[in-house]
Design a protein around this ligand. Sequence first.
Ligand SMILES: [Cu+2]
Length: 113
Amino acid sequence: MKKTLTLFLSFLFIMIEFSACKKKEIGTPGENEIFLLYKTFSPTSLVIKKGTTVTFTNKDNANHSVSSSSGLFNSGKIKSDESFKHTFNDAETYNFFCNYHSSQQEQGAVIVQ
Ligand SMILES: [Cu+2]
């Protein structure tokens, strides 16, 4: 009986370890990358040079979007683990928001110099 219990506890321990390993790694955004996570853009603003392509990556479980406040671009639905890329060619500030969480202040900016 004791042997069975020991075996069961070992099994349980291994399962816990295994599930901990499988936990999603979020990491940090790359040089010209913005994460969509927890209904925020991370970083909230990014300064880039003209002609730079920015990658927006959804690190959340929920759907998000990158929608230009002035209607210049719109990613449409970005599912979990999917990305949207946009190249910024003019020196100006581009404000954007998420269509799904606009009422929850999910907004950001790319400042092109
Ligand atoms: Cu969103």
